[in-house]
Structure formats: C-alpha cells, structure tokens
Design a protein around this ligand. Structure first.
Ligand SMILES: Nc1ncnc2c1ncn2[C@@H]1O[C@H](COP(=O)(O)OP(=O)(O)OP(=O)(O)O)[C@@H](O)[C@H]1O
Length: 189
C-alpha cells in the first residue's frame, strides 16, 4: 500500500455458502492487486487442507483454544458449522489496521465505517454440489452438511434482514469475477 495514497479502508465482508467461490475470487483479486488488500485471518477448529498454512488461510486452533477465546470475548463473530467452529477475532481485524499505512486514524474515528456486504451465490444447488465434490476436499458427510447449510444462507441473503448490498451469482467465473471486482474496487480501478 503506497503511503502517499489515502487508502479506502472500508472493510468488505464477503459471505456465501461453502463452495460458492469466495476463495477463488479473492485469490484472483489479490493476484491482480498485490498489496492493496488486507485479509482478516479467521480462526477455525477444522483441520488444514493440503496446501493451507497456519496463520495464512486460517489460524488453526483446538476446540479448547477456540472456546477459551470465546469466553474472553475475543471474537467479532463466531459460529459452529457442522462439528467445527469458525470465527473472526478482534485481533485479526486489528492486525490489518496495523499493517495499513495511515489506517489507524480511520480505526480511531468514532464513525469507523460500517463494512460493505457482498454475498456470493452459486448458480444452483446442483452446481454447488458438483463444485464441492469436484474440489475434493470434503468427506461425504461434510458435503451434505454444507449443502444443507447453503439453503439457510441463501434464504437469509434474500431476506429483508440481510445486510448484503449485492448478491453476485458465480456462474461463469470470468463474468462473476468482473462483477466482484466492480463491487470491491469500483471507481478505484
Ligand atoms: N465459476 C466457477 N465455475 C466453476 N467452478 C468454480 C467456479 N468458482 C469456483 N469454482 C470451483 O468451485 C470449488 C469451490 O470454490 P471455493 O473453494 O473458492 O469456494 P469457497 O466459497 O471459498 O468455499 P469454503 O467456504 O468452503 O472455503 C473450487 O474447486 C473452485 O475451483
């Protein structure tokens, strides 16, 4: 991040069912814009997948460590998903703020900007199932759990309670990536 450029530090929350393509989109975006974004590393009690590194994709912790942090009110949000816990720690967000030049001022501002929410949706449940199976990282039981959870998440995204400003359907990858980029980088690009 160039110190002379006032950074747009408004956080962006990207959510969507497991397998909807969040990592795929972010990997592409981070490659195209190296150094532009901070990524808050979440905690999880699930085991690392091949190629995943502790502290990069996730902080991999035990259930005891996770629940201890819950008790200490260390999470901004956390949830149990299947048999594993996931959460965003306050520290993970502070770490990004620390890394960004001049971002502290924004963090200390009384009206620290509310995140912008983007929901990434699979084209259909059938395609989501194909992609989860194609990824080859989850056991059958976990896939079924993820598909069940996906329905609830899709319903929530469409409900009036949803904070999502935009829903992008990840059908054709290039087309969806363009839309994601437009939402995230917009006029900055
Ligand atoms: N538009 C697309 N067309 C075809 N395959 C896709 C598309 N987008 C993503 N995929 C594939 O779907 C699988 C799931 O994508 P990805 O791992 O990015 O999902 P995710 O939302 O990050 O999942 P999780 O929340 O479980 O980490 C991957 O194998 C990815 O390569």
């Amino acid at each position: 991040m160039a110190p002379t450029t006032p950074a747009n530090t408004r956080p962006i929350v990207i959510s969507g069912p497991s397998g909807s393509g969040k990592s795929t989109m972010l990997n592409r975006l981070f490659k195209e814009y190296p150094g532009k974004f901070g990524f808050s590393v979440s905690h999880t009690t699930r085991s690392p997948r091949a190629g995943e590194e502790n502290g990069r994709e996730y902080h991999f912790v035990t259930k005891e460590e996770f629940l201890d942090l819950v008790e200490k009110k260390g999470f901004v949000e956390h949830a149990k998903f299947g048999s594993n816990y996931y959460g965003t720690s306050i520290k993970a967000i502070e770490d990004i703020i620390e890394k960004g030049q001049g971002v502290k001022q924004v963090a200390n501002h009384p009206t620290f900007p509310r995140p912008r929410f983007l929901f990434l949706s699979p084209p259909s449940k059938e395609i989501l199932e194909q992609r989860l199976r194609g990824r080859g990282t989850d056991k059958e039981e976990a896939i079924l759990e993820r598909l069940k959870q996906a329905e609830a998440e899709m319903d929530f995204a469409k409900s009036p309670d949803s904070p999502h400003e935009k829903i992008i359907v990840n059908d054709d990858l290039d087309k969806a990536y363009k839309e994601v980029k437009e939402f995230i980088v917009g006029a900055d690009s």
